[in-house]
Structures are given as C-alpha cells and as structure tokens.
Design a protein around this ligand. Structure first.
Ligand code: GLY
Length: 375
C-alpha cells in the first residue's frame, strides 16, 4: 500500500467505525484503535432513534438542520452498508408519536409542533383519542400527540456489527483492547504509541473516542476537544404478546423504542456523574415511571437488561466535526444524544473533507475551531 495515506482513527464507536468504513471503501489505508471492545460504549447503549426534532431544542437550529440532513442521507447510507456487509440493520419506518398527558406537556408539545411545521417537516397534531387509535397501548391519559411519520429507527447494535463487517470486507484494520498511550506530533508522520508499547505511524488521525476524546495524551491544549461524559441509564424489555408498539413513543419523561424482533428500549437518564457505571434505583424507577405514565402496559413486560452509557457532550452540547488547527488532526466527537442519527451525515461529510477536500455547508457550524477562541 505504498504511497497511500494512512489514517488512524481513535475510537471504534459508531462515529469512528462509520468514518472508517467510508474511507476504506474508497481505498484508503485505515487503522482503528479501540481502548476496549468495538462499539461497546455509548453506541451500544443507544436507542437508535432516527429523529430530527425529538431531542433538539428550539435554540439549536443548526443541529436540527444537521439531523435533517442526516435523515436524508440515511436511506442510501443504510442500503449501501447492508449491501456491503451482507447484514440487516433493521432500518425501520416506525414513525414517532410525541405525547403529552397534562396541560404543561401539551403546551410544550404545541411549541415543538409549531417549530417542526415552520421548518417544513411533516408533522400532524392529534387529539388523545386519535393517538389512541393509532397506538392502542397508549394511556387514555394522553391528551394530545404529534405524529412524525418520517422518523425512522435502526437497531444500533446491528448497525455496529454491519460497520465492522463492511470495514473488514474492505481491508480495514480494527484493533480492540488497544488504548492510545500517547500521540507524538514532532515529525511529519504522527507517532501513535499504544498502552502495550506498539508504535504506529500515521499521516493523520481522526479523534472519534466519544466521551474519552478529551483524555488523549499528546493532543495540545489548543486542539484538545472539550468533551465530557453524560451518563445515561436505559432498559431493554421484551414485549410479551399481545402487547406491542408500532411507533416510537416519546413521553415527557421517557421514550420507548420498539425493535422489529420484539425488544423495547426504554430510556434514559441524563446525569453529570463522570464515568460512574453504577445502576441506581432512583434512575430506573424514574424511567419506568415516566414510561408507565404514557404506556401503562409496560408493567407486564419482562426486563431483559439494564445498561449504562456515556454520551460525549462538548461544551455547547453540539458535535465537533472537521479539521483542527493542526491539519493532521480531524475531530469527529461530541455527538452527545445524537450519535446514531448523525452517523450518516458525519461519516459522509468527513469522507468529503478527508478525501475530496470539499465539505457541506450544513457542517460548517460544527467545526471544532469554534472552541479555539476564549469566547
Ligand atoms: N438519544 C437517546 C439518548 O441520548 O438517550
């Protein structure tokens, strides 16, 4: 592979793997270094909602536009990945019902509905009775709902497996249990020293280490990403017949995401607890209570697992994607609650930036250079 650029990607979560796939399918030499196991952190614990507005605030129009741009790219991203990996992602067209069960939540819902309408996204306002007709397991306490038929979801764990298969098929190299000890930028080639003492040389690196991105030794303070972990606790239930949901349900305090295979993901907390992996009674009680308020039938479902993940949040809670002040260092981190939905746009625009020297205007706002100024 003489003469080829070599890219080392730090982090084998959904973002690192998606970029690795897009690069190696174009013939680039790619090495992915993962401190633990592939896709075992935030990407595995995610719910896999492909929704533009559900978790984006009114004050984040650029992020909303980025999610919309990613949703547009998702159908071809998913079909290319399925074809190249030979695996299904369970890319599903279950739409979302955002529901309200009191006056306060209804007012918030109305503002969200108006925002989505103003942005031209297809949304419908439903009465409680209309919502119940679409989704019979909703609580009769639901007084209003917004139906978002174009939202999708994906099985994030299948997505991760498919990315690994596609990277392998294209000759990419993923090394697990390979923590980066230090990066040395003193020569033209970046020297990457692993915790085991191995040395790899790269023309450039991509930082995609999620919540661990700030801790990489050797990154200068000028380009170190201001990213911290936001803990999320989440449950996986088994839907027992006749109970079934055919929409993603978002209540005021919890979301419920059905999978085609009969699992139901119910989440999630948002906690400033650092890298604390404990599962707590209060958190699980809060999630289940919030889910029960809008879908009482969950009480009869079986709990399959409870998980903890660490969302990577930047200082402004928005992703960082692009070159840093050092053109050998590319940042793709800080995706916070939006890593799965944004993987399509992040990977395809990163591919453009890294291989073609072009970009997409929708990504300009998310340049990591925005954190270079003290303001
Ligand atoms: N996007 C789901 C979550 O962060 O909980």
């Amino acid at each position: 592979m003489d003469g080829q650029r070599k890219t080392i990607i730090i982090g084998a979560g959904v973002i690192g793997l998606s970029i690795a796939w897009r690069l190696c399918r174009r013939g680039e030499q790619v090495l992915v270094l993962e401190r633990g196991q592939t896709g075992q952190e935030a990407s595995r614990v995610a719910a896999g909602m492909l929704a533009a507005a559900a978790e984006v605030g009114f004050e984040e129009p650029e992020l909303y536009a980025l999610c919309r741009a990613s949703l547009k790219r998702w159908p071809s991203f998913a079909s290319e990945l399925e074809a190249e990996s030979g695996m299904s992602l369970d890319y599903s067209s279950f739409g979302t019902l955002i529901v309200a069960d009191d006056r306060d939540a209804t007012e918030a819902l109305r503002r969200g509905y108006q925002f989505q309408k103003d942005q031209g996204y297809p949304v419908d306002w439903l009465s409680g009775a209309e919502a119940l007709e679409k989704e019979p397991f909703l609580s009769p306490r639901v007084v209003a709902a917004v139906s978002v038929p174009e939202d999708h979801s994906v099985d994030n764990r299948k997505l991760l497996q498919a990315l690994v298969a596609a990277i392998n098929a294209h000759g990419g190299d993923i090394r697990e249990q390979t923590a980066v000890e230090h990066l040395d930028f003193s020569s033209k080639q970046i020297r990457v020293e692993t915790a085991a003492g191995d040395i790899h040389e790269a023309d450039r690196i991509v930082v995609a280490a999620g919540a661990w991105s700030a801790g990489i030794s050797g990154l200068s303070e000028a380009i170190r990403p201001p990213v911290r972990p936001i803990k999320g606790q989440i449950l996986e239930l088994k839907m027992v017949d006749p109970f079934a949901l055919n929409h993603v349900i978002r209540g005021p305090k919890a979301y419920l995401v059905p999978r085609k295979d009969g699992r139901l993901i119910v989440g999630a907390t948002s906690e400033e607890m650092g890298f604390d992996r404990s599962i707590t009674v209060g958190a699980i009680h809060g999630i289940l209570d919030g889910a029960w308020e809008v879908v009482p039938g969950i009480l009869d479902q079986e709990i399959l697992s409870i998980d903890v993940g660490f969302r990577p949040a930047s200082r402004d809670h928005q992703p960082m994607v692009g070159f840093t002040a050092d053109p050998r260092v590319f940042m793709a981190t800080g995706h916070y609650r939006h890593g799965i939905v944004l993987s399509a746009v992040t990977a395809t625009v990163s591919e453009q930036m890294l291989l073609d020297g072009s970009t997409d205007d929708v990504m300009t706002f998310f340049s990591p250079l925005r954190f270079d100024s003290p303001a």
